[in-house]
Design a binder for this molecule. Structure first.
Ligand code: KG4
Ligand code: ZN
Length: 343
């Protein structure tokens, strides 16, 4: 493959993210990676207000595209394609990215490649940022984000089998809802993770739903309810109690995820796991996944992107586009908030 350069645009939730990536035929590298987020507003209001997120994205989309091109020292004519998140996500937010990408594709006369955001997350593992190796097939994919928790079996690029997913809340959603119950700001995952570092993960006994079930599904809403009941009996102004509870919540979520990852490894012929999504930025998840799969036969290799490529970004969208053959007529592309992995 000759050298290729793609601009990635991601606006599925509250971030306005762009990146320029280079594929030289041997490796995919970042030329720039820009993320503008309305995090201050979210933490003020305890979550995302869709209309407000979209309004902020309208303001920042052109500046972040300009910045990504400038940082990469790339002119629009140097691009081989424009990749954009088609869905799933918030419709107002998706429209900002999709309509901008369609317009640029027409003005700059560049192919337009729509990407499923959930597939995009996995492709963060194909970006070379250090000495780590890139995944090979077949591999097991674990997606853990704010809206999704899914297990898939990848056979090749674009070919995968859906194995299971959450029946209620996603793992990131569970972190966020528990954090809210504890009075911590949004997004809750990083907050809980920070406090958990100095807490005892065995301090409180919390449920791990579907632990012994035969499927590869997850369930996290019972954990949130248990936390809601438990805190009525606790003094959370005691910092150690708060830290112990955070550590116990984090451990319960991580244990539930790893239990089904191990079950999937034992069921399917895989030697590699690719982890993706915002919750993959959790350092304890990385440590525990590696520890709990150590010594398995055959040996299991765990791929996890660096934290800034786990949470929403434009780089993963551009990376996925290098493997997507289908381009879309810009006049026909429509944002689709309901895309999923479970076809
Ligand atoms: O992938 P992502 O950025 O957006 C979605 O596609 O949903 O994931 C966001 C989720 C949030 O629920 C956030 O709390 C969680 O990822 N998250 C974390 C950490 N960093 C972000 N959860 C646990 N530990 C973290 N360090
Ligand atoms: Zn995401």
């Amino acid at each position: 493959m000759s050298k290729k350069i793609i601009l990635g645009i991601e606006t599925s939730c509250d971030e306005t993210a762009t990146a320029v990536l280079l594929n030289n035929g041997k490796s995919i590298t970042l030329l720039s990676n820009i993320v503008a987020s309305s995090a201050d507003l979210q933490s003020k209001y305890g979550g995302i207000i869709p209309e407000q997120a979209a309004r902020e994205q309208v303001k920042s989309i052109i500046p972040v595209i300009t910045e990504a091109l400038e940082k990469a020292k790339i002119q629009p004519e140097d691009l081989d394609a424009i990749a954009v998140t088609q869905g799933p996500g918030l419709i107002g937010s998706l429209l900002v990215g999709v309509e901008t990408a369609k317009t640029l594709s027409l003005i700059w006369n560049k192919p337009l490649i729509p990407i499923n955001h959930l597939i995009g997350h996995f492709y963060a593992n194909w970006i070379t940022t250090g000495p780590t190796k890139i995944p090979t097939f077949p591999c097991l994919g674990l997606l853990v984000s704010g809206g999704h928790s899914d297990l898939v079996l990848f056979q090749s690029h674009g070919k995968f089998k859906y194995l299971g997913g959450t029946r209620d809340d996603a793992s990131g959603e569970c972190f966020d809802k528990c954090a809210r119950l504890l009075g911590l700001p949004y997004p809750g995952g990083p907050q809980i993770s920070k406090l958990a570092k100095d807490g005892n993960p065995k301090a409180f006994k919390l449920p791990r739903p579907l632990w012994d079930s035969d499927d590869l599904d997850f369930s996290f809403s019972g954990l949130k309810t248990a936390v809601s009941n438990l805190i009525k009996t606790l003094d959370l102004s005691n910092q150690q109690t708060l830290k112990d509870l955070c550590a116990s919540i984090e451990q319960a979520i991580i244990d539930s995820l790893i239990k089904k990852v191990i079950k999937a490894i034992q069921t399917y012929p895989v030697e590699q796991v690719i982890v993706a999504g915002g919750v993959a930025a959790n350092p304890k998840l990385t440590i525990e996944l590696k520890r709990q799969t150590e010594g398995m036969n055959p040996k299991i290799f765990i791929h996890i992107p660096p934290p800034n490529l786990c949470t929403d970004n434009g780089a993963m969208i551009a990376a996925a586009a290098f493997f997507e053959k289908e381009t879309k007529n810009p006049e026909k592309l429509e944002a689709n908030p309901n895309l999923s992995l479970a076809y």
